[in-house]
Design a protein around this ligand. Sequence first.
Ligand code: AMP
Length: 378
Amino acid sequence: MILPDSTLGVLGGGQLGRMFCMAAHSMGYRVWVLDPDPDSPAGAIADRHLQARYTDHAVLEDMAEHCAAVTTEFENVPAETLEFLEAHTRVRPGSRAVAIARDRILEKTFIREQGLATAPFFAIQTSDDLQTACAGLRMPALLKTAQLGYDGKGQFAVNSPSDAGQGFRQLQQAPCILEERVDLALEFSVILARSVQGDIAVYPPGENVHVNGILDTTCVPAGIGTDTKTQAEAMAVRLAEAMQYCGVLAVEFFLTRDGQLLINEMAPRPHNSGHYTLDAALTSQFEQQVRSLCGLPPGSTELLSPVVMVNVLGDLWEQGTPCWERLFAHPGVKLHLYGKHLARSGRKMGHYNCLAKDPSAAQDLAQEVRTALAPEQR
Ligand code: AMP
């Protein structure tokens, strides 16, 4: 076990790294953050901000020498970075799990290999693959880049083979998947933590609503039946065990209108849809990340209150700084801002958790605060 007073490392200095730092600090650990961005949200509060490229071997050596263990806040960290660090210190989750989650082709193939369902898809490396895929799938479909897509970026709506060809050219013929667009009843995610010893703690699923491809709200408990919940949790656990995973794992699900339960994707780290755990669970997903990194057993994932998490995007700054006093007027609403200076449209600036005695009261509260903060209300 790595105990308090030790130093931990995190690759990536965004909001996830920042919330990891906060959890680690409150538990008595020191944190080094590696991120080339001089203004990174996590770098600003880290004990040491290594402002360097992820492939800078001298810096990685320094990190490995001083950090008892290293984790990552994003899956797009270069594979060589994790492999280099693994040769020198503990890295959790390991490079194999991160490599699977980084690439939609590897990820969906891996999920299928575990006997679990995804939307029908074809891997696309060449124009010939695209033709085969168009013949083998029902339209409409989505063309998604295998790597580096997030928040709906790197995706094309495809209604015909010619759309698919156009999308593939626009993506510079990078490896992709073509996937059937399924008829969604709802989306939800299951987040779990798995320790080095293999102990697993699963959080209650969160029901997710996306707007323009970006997560807007997560509501817990999710509006799904007990069978669906049990089945989804078992599917998430199966993935974690198959990877011998150590860390926090987020698995996104689609529930279709005809009742199919499909896995969309997974993230080898805390997830935006788990931010509700900061205020509404006994252990936050970031404390869980610290615990699994340090070889400690997982904390309790018990839900303390129904909750709706609302993301705060840069658009809220359209008419100036939002009137936060209107949010603070509600004692059951908890604001988390990430310390980002530039409020661009679509940029995740923070989130707030609305806690209430039942899910519908939490939804009402979230709506009330959203209306009060809207730029047009200023
Ligand atoms: P992704 O980047 O794959 O997580 O996709 C972002 C969002 O697009 C998802 O959360 C869904 O709302 C939607 N989406 C992605 N793939 C599909 C699909 N095959 N069918 C229906 N909606 C999808």
